[in-house]
Ligand binder design. Sequence first.
Ligand SMILES: CC(C)[C@H](C(=O)O)[C@@H](O)C(=O)O
Ligand code: SF4
Length: 468
Amino acid sequence: MTAPKTLYDKIWDAHVAHEADDGTCLLYIDRHLVHEVTSPQAFEGLRMAGRKVHAPDKTIAVPDHNVPTTPDREQGIKNEESRIQVDALDKNARDFGINYYPVNDIRQGIVHIVGPEQGWTLPGMTVVCGDSHTATHGAFGALAHGIGTSEVEHVLATQTLIQKKSKNMKVEITGQLRPGVTAKDITLAVIGKTGTAGGTGHVIEYCGEAIRSLSMEGRMTVCNMAIEGGARAGLIAPDETTFEYIKGRPHAPKGGQWELALEWWKTLFTDEGAHFDKVVTIRGEDIAPVVTWGTSPEDVLPITDKVPAPEDFTGGKVEAARRSLEYMGLKPGTPLSEIAIDAVFIGSCTNGRIEDLRAAAAIVKGKKIAEGVRGMVVPGSGLVRAQAEEEGLAEIFQEAGFEWRMAGCSMCLAMNPDQLAPEERCASTSNRNFEGRQGFKGRTHLMSPAMAAAAAVTGRLTDVRDLM
Ligand SMILES: CC(C)[C@H](C(=O)O)[C@@H](O)C(=O)O
Ligand code: SF4
């Protein structure tokens, strides 16, 4: 009998090409996703060394961070720095012969939305990208994590990565979610409980009935933020929901290959009795619709709560909270549901998929955005956008007064024209609320798409359950 293994152990073991005496391993990489921000120097390195991309068929590039999301982007990118990066990716993708979805391709979008959508991301794979939110792909039971630019070059050149194994952590969400509570609330609630360092040195496997009940979109939302909880990666064991999502996608296995793949995928679960170094359990029924009040994703509270005071915390967090509150322009004791907002951003690799847009549209339908609030819906890919148009969601958003944009990272981070003005306050479905994240001095409150839609309609942070 071999010792029981976790899902992480199984994927890891299947990819170790070499292990050194100190435990450092050379891992084989199945998919390498590339975007324009972290790849230019990596390709330059290859060029200087006269090397090729080792596995161009396993390398997939798409521009997302720097692309404008207004329809006039066809005419080119005005910002010079952005244009240089996107042009470089264009040239590199063509020179090195890798898979590529340029800006004007309907399949273009945020790299973490495009990979799964096109069937590049499959269970049991190792997936890397020069981007911290690569954790998203763990929703398929793939070992997926972010890498730095020098590692991007290493993977391009060798299709391998030097890694040390992380520890195993289990996050179990038992039971069922209550109405109005979504995958975003799960993932924020977990970080609220464990803190942004709770997962440090670990790979998290999310499990439990509430996780099993999520769609693939919801699972991607959960895994997307594993990194905000400090983990190396997040994982969810594949099941029928996973297989159903993958089947028929452009790069999914077909025919006999599909049957073979299924056989292996069905072995990808944590064995009974496998060891976890850390375990966190949350009852699904205890999770409320949440929002963040501060400048760290762990600054999270149920919408029914009040803005905390620095004295509510201990240690270094007292000063951090004081600074957060000042930056956010908030007074302790204010009910969260009384905080007025200026902007709403629905999109990002956390919540820019079709199910997210459906959830937001369901709240907005037949209503108008509150006076003085600007709202933006940015589909995560051109295909999500097309589907949302077909389903009539785009119309619902536009009639409510939202701008309906082209795909990209957009206002998730201030690398393109979609930005907050100083002190503008935004209800956002993205994953980071750091200072300046959405624009210089911009103020971000993270929440689910339904909650962001509710905020758009009332003009303040709002309990979505009041509108249901
Ligand atoms: C620009 C990129 C390297 C960065 C990341 O690594 O995550 C970005 O996607 C982010 O979300 O902050
Ligand atoms: S949408 Fe946001 S979090 Fe996701 S890759 Fe783009 S910038 Fe990073």
